[in-house]
Design a protein around this ligand. Structure first.
Ligand code: BGC
Length: 364
């Protein structure tokens, strides 16, 4: 009798213990089988490609900081291939990761696979690039993308003294991948500064290519930007027409522009903008071949992503500072926007070397 009573009591205790586990997992969005034998939860981190410097840094920083916070990390790169990224996400969902952190290749291509994540109650953080047309995104961590473009536009405005100079000045425009929601923000941020000068005739886009679709660069590829700029230079500037400025929305495209200028242009070097402070571009800045870049401290972005992961795992609200800017076609995604700053040859040391982002040797 005593033994039976003990048995019943044991059962009751076990039922309560299991129920408590269940509640915790529901609260955290985690799964009971997502822990490894050492008790650590795994976070799936998907990055677009290793070919651009910034995603290597993003991946490294997110991994290191998550590991320091006590998580295991499954970090994958997809070689800019959409299907590869979808498969990587699918596998992570099948492995019951606790949270997915995704920098998408094409913001529109993950809706179907993320419906599976939602079904399994796996929270999703969109990293740097917004994931579109799905309700499965929990948070978005990024930089103020509109401001990035504004800084590029303002730099040109100041460098050419557009407010006062008579002009006209010749300019060409180049942006990024049409599947990257950020590209639209960068482009409109820059164009909101430059368009009035184009309208008044002070700035002239000699190629006539001003629409987003015309100036976009698939996958932000340097070679594609270079090809387009070479053909513009040979069609519109070979007769000695001076090119005063190129508004390039990021560093990989700015690099293509600089290569094209080297191979196909003999006039004075134009003002050239960029974004990311990639090493090759900072070297170009030092060499006078790129005027500015926008510094987005990916350590800070990684920090915000880790805070989001931790809050999710603890069933708390993550720090956010924007609920209005980023509508993904379904809802306004709660966002943390980090602050971008402009960098040029005058302040790059303080921003990049003194802060430990690069060493002096990196830039030699
Ligand atoms: C990022 C930029 C980057 C570009 C190309 C954008 O989504 O915000 O920092 O230069 O992708 O990789």
């Amino acid at each position: 009798m005593k033994k039976r009573l003990l048995g019943i009591l044991l059962c009751i205790v076990m039922v309560f213990a299991l129920a408590a586990c269940g509640t915790k997992d529901e609260e955290t969005g985690g799964k009971s089988n997502d822990k490894d034998s050492d008790g650590k939860k795994t976070i799936g981190v998907c990055m677009p490609t290793k070919t651009l410097q910034r995603w290597n840094q993003d991946g490294d920083y997110v991994k290191k900081q998550l590991e320091a916070a006590g998580y295991k990390v499954d970090l994958q790169y997809a070689d800019d291939d959409i299907q590869t990224q979808v498969t990587q996400v699918e596998n992570m969902i099948a492995n019951n990761v606790s949270v997915l952190v995704i920098a998408s290749i094409d913001g529109d291509s993950l809706g179907t696979v993320l419906a599976q994540a939602k079904e399994k109650n796996i929270p999703v953080i969109a990293h740097d690039r917004l994931i579109m047309n799905t309700d499965a995104v929990t948070y978005y961590a990024t930089f103020d993308n509109y401001k990035v473009g504004q800084k590029q536009g303002e730099y040109i405005e100041k460098a050419l003294d557009l407010k006062n100079a008579a002009g006209p000045f010749n300019i060409e425009l180049i942006t990024g991948d049409p599947g990257d929601n950020n590209a639209k923000f960068f482009f409109s941020g820059a164009m909101d500064i430059l368009q009035p000068y184009i309208d008044s005739g002070k700035l002239v886009v000699v190629s006539g290519q001003t629409e987003f679709a015309e100036v976009a660069t698939a996958e932000w590829k340097t070679e594609k930007a270079q090809n387009r700029m070479e053909s513009i230079l040979s069609s519109f500037y070979a007769d000695g027409t001076v090119l005063h400025a190129v508004m390039a929305n990021n560093d990989s495209t700015a690099l293509g522009v600089a290569n094209a200028l080297t191979s196909s242009y003999s006039g004075p070097w134009p003002i050239l903008t960029g974004q990311d402070c990639d090493i090759a571009n900072v070297k170009n800045m030092i060499a006078g071949k790129q005027s500015m870049s926008v510094f987005k401290d990916t350590r800070e972005l990684a920090k915000q992503v880790v805070l989001m992961v931790q809050a999710i795992m603890e069933g708390k609200d993550a720090p956010i500072n924007d609920t209005e800017t980023y509508n993904n076609g379904v809802f306004n995604v709660p966002t943390y926007q980090c602050e971008p700053v402009y960098a040029d040859v005058n302040n790059y040391r303080e921003l990049l070397i003194d802060s430990g982002y690069y060493t002096e040797d990196d830039l030699k």
